[in-house]
Design a protein around this ligand. Structure first.
Ligand code: FPP
Length: 239
């Protein structure tokens, strides 16, 4: 019997973050170009967005492109940016039908102008949708997000009293979105890779050995089921 079946089921996570890893290895295993892996990775992202909405997840953050990913070849960077553009344009009907709201996390200033413009447009067009919120982490780095928050704080001028965590949190990207409850990483790597450093302080982690292009709705259900068996103590002693 699965150990999970012995324990009472906890609540579903409201916010799930995913570090989508393994596109390159998926392609390599098939003697294909890395771009083919990203193409398959995009298909997986579509599957998982659909599944997350159906399962009642409120927020899904997808780590699409980090502040460190610019180190890849211009060809690969261009290909991923092209996929983002294609995704946003091709899925608009789906977002509308499923009431999916698209958000952005990361620094828009560092993105190619047309990509930043496209994201802004889709964020605006979907801002009143009340279904699943999909946050695309694009040109996103946890350290960069913290630095940008500090810059916002400085720009606000001197504050009264010592800075609190709550006040600082309000300066990060998307302050209204709750901290992630669960962070999933695929392709068997045990690293945070600069993802949601501040917000993920008490996130539960789930590492899947499967490569991202091979991920299915069933894998998401399994990750959620495992999460539901965890006891979250937030540094306390527990029950
Ligand atoms: C990690 O695999 C994947 C990326 C850096 C790119 C993620 C992009 C997508 C899944 C497509 C776009 C998705 C959306 C939602 C627009 P890797 O290349 O680091 O794999 P490797 O570690 O095996 O080389």
């Amino acid at each position: 019997m699965h150990p999970a079946s012995h324990t009472a089921k906890g609540p579903l996570p409201a916010h799930v973050g995913i570090i989508m890893d393994g596109n390159g290895r998926w392609a390599q295993q098939r003697n294909q170009r890395r771009s083919q892996g990203h193409l398959e990775g995009l298909k997986t992202a579509k599957r998982i967005v659909q599944a997350a909405g159906g399962l009642g997840i409120a927020y899904l953050t997808l780590y699409v492109f980090s502040t460190e990913n610019w180190k890849r070849t211009a060809g690969e960077v261009g290909f991923i940016m092209g996929l983002v553009k294609q995704y946003l344009a091709a899925e608009m009907d789906f977002f509308r039908k499923s009431r999916i709201r698209i958000r952005h996390a990361g620094d828009p200033a560092g993105l190619p102008r047309e990509i930043a413009g496209e994201i802004q447009r889709v964020c605006e067009d979907t801002q009143d949708f009340t279904g699943l919120q999909v946050i695309l982490a694009l040109n996103y780095g946890g350290r960069d997000a913290i630095i940008r928050a500090i810059r916002r704080l400085i720009a606000q001028g001197p504050q009264e009293g010592p800075l609190t965590e709550t006040e600082f949190r309000r300066c990060l990207d998307n302050p209204d979105i709750p901290d992630p409850d669960l962070i999933i990483r695929t392709a068997g790597e045990w690293r945070t890779s600069n993802f949601l450093l501040w917000e993920g302080a008490y996130a539960e982690y789930y590492v899947s050995d499967k490569l991202w292009p091979d991920w299915t709705a069933e894998d998401l259900r399994e990750a959620l089921a495992r999460y539901q068996t965890r006891e979250r103590r937030y540094g306390g002693a527990g029950t």
